[in-house]
Design a protein around this ligand. Sequence first.
Ligand code: NZQ
Ligand code: ZN
Length: 385
Amino acid sequence: MLDFNFHNPTKILFGKGKIAAIKQHIPGKSRVLVLYGGGSVKKNGTLNEVFAALDGYTLFEFGGIEPNPSFETLMKAVEMVHKESIDFLLAVGGGSVIDGTKFVAAAALFEADPWSIMEQGGAPIQRALPMGAVLTLPATGSEMNCGGVVTRKSIQAKLAFQSPHVFPVFSVLDPEKTYTLPLRQISNGVVDAFVHVVEQYLTYPVKAKVQDRFAEGLLLTLIEEGPKALDNPKDYDLRSNLMWTATLALNGLIGAGVPQDWGTHMIGHELTAMHGLDHAQTLAVVLPSLLTVCKENKQKKLVQYAERVWGLNQGGQDQRIEQAIDFTRQFFEKMQVKTRLSDYGIGKESIPALVAQLEAHKMVHLGERRDITPDVSQKILELSL
Ligand code: NZQ
Ligand code: ZN
């Protein structure tokens, strides 16, 4: 196991009706800005529930944070924070709203060019406004981590940042708030969480037995429960397990002390920035090809994954690895997420520009061995056609 420091300060309020408890976690005299997306939280009553729970506070609201939140929109929220002397932020929505709120929390107290926060992956952040979250879409784990992804539309750049200053103080995880999710978002959430685990597990062994078993348990839960959620979206226990699995898939625990890949995500971000695919759709396309191209280096963990997650312990090693990668692709398809670039109308002619964007964003040594160079990324994309 590699050395690590682990600290996760986010309080989780899990369960039906827990929005009512947020008052206990926001200082009494706060001037609270509630941030949300395109309006799903208005339609499904979550926003009213939040306002009712914040009775007595000085409240402001900022709506319109897009899926794949844009720097351009978020800077308008920063202006509002300054104008209204906001001192607490509350994100109500999915990963895009929570990530966007993390960026606003940092940018509001940042003296230099706020885009440099993104260009330097969050490193310049020295302080941020306190924030909380009410999660309505289990997928990203943003509700319990210190990372986020922001897109600058004007230059088609979708970049990730992280800083210990932007952990939510608390997050409410009420499974009933996810009942209004369209099936496409239930599918996206399962696939995103699955690939988060894989990015921190399918690398090379470092005798991290606990992290391995924990990661395998999350993957098995997603495989067992994911497809059922498409048939029974209002099953509370089902949605509870998926919600908690997605949070634990990226709250730092399974990633502590182990090598991490993230090549699939970095290549995926360029597909979203350039072609507008949902985040999870990009992962479903890239992961099977990346595992195939990198199977020599990932061999030991791929064999363990084949056996412990897919029950493949017969036949030659290469055959088991190939079958495990194929079962992974079949699982994404079973979750109704297509796994070929051609399924999204993207052809070979799009690949050079995607590789050029990876180079422009310095994504030239990706993966746990930093060996996914632009020409390897090109090979991965060609295999994804
Ligand atoms: O905008 P509204 O109207 O709220 O509708 C949203 C949006 O259209 C809708 N939705 C959310 N909750 C709903 C609902 N509709 C009905 N009922 C509900 N309860 O779902 C759509 C997608 O929402 P979004 O927040 O964009 O999805 P997700 O949670 O998957 O977040 C994706 C973003 O997270 C980033 C991705 O890059 C992408 O920008 N990620 C963040 C990470 C992190 N912070 O650690 C890691 C991830 O790898 C990922 O990169
Ligand atoms: Zn993701």
